[in-house]
Write a protein that binds this ligand. Structure first.
Ligand code: PMV
Length: 351
């Protein structure tokens, strides 16, 4: 008779930070040097779908990411997520005799992104959020998203924010254990449903330097970064939360662009310097500046993560002329990825 297979499938969205996480105070536990804040994008457009299963016939914990097999035990980040959840399940099984002893079985995880992996489009955020949630559900753990965020954070920092929809903060916390370094929802998507996003893929190539090595080089060498984490981000987090609560787009947009610029300035202030933006990214910045100048107010905001791809925030009421302007420029620019030539509007969403 075939062995019983336990299985569950989940999906997780991408989130794009408007106050950036950059820098770890504890590399092992993925504890950040500053709090951060993001917006969760609609899963209709960008998502990771992940299935987790376990069976007596499985020989080792394995992940297939977009079809490539990886031994989970060979990756510290993946195995920490599995082992923490497995030990919780093991305790529950000890307390409850009727529970199947699935904590003793190996897991197989299959994960698929419908967007470029590791090109600065937050693939690790959606990936680790889905990975953590799939295993938690496989083990029937009834944890809140904030509780799960503590585990997902250890896979990839920004993943903790992908467990919520809408507007989400990752509070850096103070404890050495990291127990208070978790994500919380600032406002749900319904609070500001007019918010839209356009994604412009300037290059779908894998990024040159990983965010982990990049950020630790910045921590070690940038004096601008020290100023940022001590004197800038705490106030900016408060101002951003207030802008979201007030649905004040201009303040939201200015803070978003300023924070993206400062994050890339810290990258440039790193020894050796890190360049994530390319000519296309800079052309997009100029287009947004022109759109805002023509409107006489700030109607669009760009932000860039650890890669050259732009994410542009705007409100639904301005959607058609902003997309037209982005489209017009991209049509004539050289060296753009095909997908950047037709930027479309993506909604903000719930999970
Ligand atoms: O979660 P990581 O380790 O991939 O780091 C992400 C860092 C940024 O995307 C640049 C900023 C952020 O807050 O998402």
């Amino acid at each position: 008779m075939a062995e019983k297979v336990y299985q569950c499938t989940v999906s997780a969205p991408v989130n794009i930070a408007v106050i950036k996480y950059w820098g770890k105070r504890d590399v092992g536990l993925n504890l950040p040097t500053n709090s951060s804040l993001s917006v969760t994008l609609s899963q209709d457009d960008l998502r990771t779908v992940t299935s987790a299963s376990c069976s007596k016939s499985f020989e080792k914990d394995t992940l297939w990411l977009n079809g490539h097999a990886e031994d989970i035990s060979a990756s510290k980040r993946l195995s920490v997520c599995v082992e923490e959840l497995r030990s919780v399940r093991r305790e529950l099984e000890k307390e409850n005799d009727s529970m199947d002893k699935i904590s003793q079985l190996k897991v197989h995880v299959v994960s698929i992104n419908n967007f470029p992996t590791a090109a600065g489009l937050a693939s690790s955020a959606a990936g680790y959020a889905a990975f953590t949630e799939a295993i938690a559900r496989l083990y029937d753990l009834t944890w809140t998203p904030t509780e799960l965020s503590r585990i997902a954070r250890q896979g990839s920092g920004s993943a903790c924010r992908s467990l919520f929809g809408g507007y989400v903060s990752w509070e850096m916390g103070e404890l050495h254990s990291g127990a208070d370094s978790v994500a919380v929802q600032v406002e749900p998507v319904e609070h500001w449903p007019e918010m839209r996003v356009a994604i412009m893929v300037a290059s779908a190539a894998k990024k040159g330097i990983s965010s982990t090595s990049g950020m630790q080089a910045t921590v070690a060498s940038s004096t601008l970064f020290q100023e940022r984490i001590k004197n800038i981000v705490p106030g900016r987090m408060q101002a951003m939360k207030q802008a979201i609560r007030n649905r004040d787009f201009e303040t939201f947009a200015k803070l978003t662009m300023t924070d993206s610029n400062q994050f890339h300035a810290c990258c440039l202030d790193t020894l050796p310097p890190i360049f994530y933006l390319n000519d296309t990214s800079r052309a997009i910045i100029r287009v947004i500046e022109n759109i805002n100048a023509a409107a006489g107010k700030t109607v669009a905001a760009y932000t860039f993560d650890a890669g050259p791809n732009a994410v542009v925030y705007f409100l639904e009421e301005n959607s058609s002329y902003i997309l037209d302007a982005l489209h017009a420029v991209s049509k004539h620019a050289e060296g753009w990825e095909e997908s950047a030539r037709n930027p479309t509007s993506v909604k903000i969403d719930d999970v």
